[in-house]
Design a protein around this ligand. Structure first.
Ligand SMILES: [Zn+2]
Length: 279
């Protein structure tokens, strides 16, 4: 029996979940014929990366048979509903951002993109445009990856040497495929490339508008106060949240935040209070 057939022989919640995901999630519509439970194995691998991955420190489980069986046993009785919802959300992101490209992906690249998407959704502030960002990034990344073969020693004419070596190391890492280091290195390479096109600001749940987020808002507003449209001194600017914390607004949601002058902030709050009273 191969790995996929071996893990398929187990019972329990983890097994039920990866079987159900494989049978119901639209992600699997994009692939060709399934050979010997290979897609069930992919669903199991992605699930294990989500449940056992430490996205803060980028430490991921190896996807060898032993670790998959460990996961099957650990989650034999129960898997957290929140984690499953997040997991499903990541799979939706894969489909909605990569869609037609998916048929040409190798399984190992789907795993890499899964890690990238989950990492960004776990860690990054301001994911409002993530689907479009991923769609553009995937086209670019996959094109570069397929410009040359792993045996080539010289960069293709479309690529400089530095880029060539980076993508070549990704190819090597993804060929190894199942070690913890391989996942971390692949994710780091993808993040590095993704960041060339898109800012990655790590959100800070504890502090109110961490300095990096404040800087992001500042440049997004082109250094102007959104209240009076006059230029703003960065160090003295104040963050205003459209939805107050007391009403459930999140500090890490940049789409509902703006930077304003201190005096404008007071005026703004007063006006909002008045509107509220009238309602
Ligand atoms: Zn102002």
């Amino acid at each position: 029996m191969n790995k996929a057939e071996k893990i398929n022989a187990y019972r329990g919640e983890f097994k039920n979940t990866f079987r159900e995901i494989r049978e119901t999630h639209k992600l699997f519509n994009y692939f060709g014929k399934e050979k010997r439970f290979r897609f069930r194995q992919l669903a199991a691998e992605l699930l294990l990366l989500e449940l056992e991955g430490d996205f803060n420190n980028k430490i991921f489980p190896p996807l060898d048979l032993k670790t998959l069986i460990f996961g099957i046993k650990k989650y034999e009785k129960k898997i957290s509903k929140n984690k499953l919802r997040f997991f499903n959300g990541n799979l939706d992101y894969i489909v909605e951002s990569l869609n037609m490209l998916l048929g040409a992906f190798k399984m190992r690249d789907i795993i890499s993109f899964y890690l990238l998407i989950s990492y960004l959704r776990h860690k990054r502030a301001g994911n409002q445009n993530l689907k479009n960002e991923l769609a553009a990034f995937a086209k670019d990344f996959m094109q570069k990856l397929n410009l040359f073969s792993i045996y080539d020693t010289k960069p293709p004419k479309e690529m400089n040497r530095k880029e060539f070596l980076l993508y070549k190391s990704y190819k090597h890492e993804s060929k190894i495929m199942t070690t913890a280091n391989s996942f971390r290195n692949r994710l780091d390479i993808m993040l590095k490339e993704f960041e060339k096109q898109n800012p990655i600001i790590i959100r800070d749940k504890k502090r109110l508008h961490d300095i990096e987020q404040k800087r992001m808002l500042y440049f997004r507003q082109k250094g102007m106060c959104t209240e009076c449209n006059k230029s703003l001194d960065f160090t003295r600017a104040e963050a205003h949240h459209e939805i107050a914390h007391s009403a459930g607004g999140k500090t890490d949601d940049l789409s509902h935040s703006q930077l304003v002058h201190s005096r404008c902030h007071k005026r703004l709050e007063k006006r909002l209070k008045k509107i509220k009273l009238l309602q």
